[in-house]
Design a protein around this ligand. Sequence first.
Ligand code: CP
Length: 317
Amino acid sequence: MKNFTSVEDINDLQSMIKKALEIKANPLAEPNKGNGKTIGLVFLNSSLRTRLSSQIAAQNLGLNVLMLNAAQEAWNLEYNDGVVMDGGTVEHIKDAIEVLNQYCDIIAVRCFAGMKSKEDDTTESILSQFEKHAKVPVVSLESATRHPLQSFADCITITENWKQEKKPKVVLTWAPHVKPIAHAVANSFTEWMQALDVDLVIANPEGYDLDPNFVKDTPIVHNQDEALKDADFIYVKNWSSFEDYATMPEVKEDWLLSLEKLKPTNDAKVMHCLPVRRNLELSDEVMDSEHSIIYQQAKNRIFSAQTVFSEILNELK
Ligand code: CP
């Protein structure tokens, strides 16, 4: 594995999940694998889980970890080429990446969607600069359109919770929010579920259909109750409109998941990537019920990251 920015970067999802579960059973099995190597964890946006799980994963492999909370601690970055930097920006992104090349054997970066330009976000205007200028492997810690380490952890979690022969029915359901939220988690979950070969249904209100390049032939249902029927797993997430980019078309129906809404499901397990706004996106009664496997998901973030870092280390001399 060279880079890890989407499901396209792995050859065999089932073998990756198997490896992750082996790592989970014995996380300190390769304590020296990364000795003498350095991973830079660069955060252009906030994080709790990604920051800490990536650090634990790297340390479990003996990697030296450089943590840069760039938004708070680094120079104000310029992303546009050819500009006279006589304004508020102090360092060009390509110079910052060239310097990271001098210090790191792996560069991992979090760079959210700006939510201002559909073109900039769908073309990954920041991640693409890392892919262009980095001379070492690049790992996405969530980009404008995808959150692959989260989605891989979600695949691990579903595998742990599904022992039947038949494919599970997995429903990705939209949830309410107070501000426009990016599409990365929902897009990414969709493409990883397509690779996991489950029966995936996306439920969202009119006006909130995801990017067709991610949806492909996955059914979209605009009635949440209809979508939830017989569900085995329910993945709760808010996202803003893709079509009328980053807006929040009015939604009249109640999309907040409750225990009542879970009754027609197959005793479904409920998932969320966190952070979650309780009683806005997801009710206390569901969050704190036996249905929730949300903290298990969060724990599996360690093993998704450790599996990816371990695979990348296999390729480094
Ligand atoms: N799920 C997730 O990526 O959490 P953080 O934003 O806290 O890293």
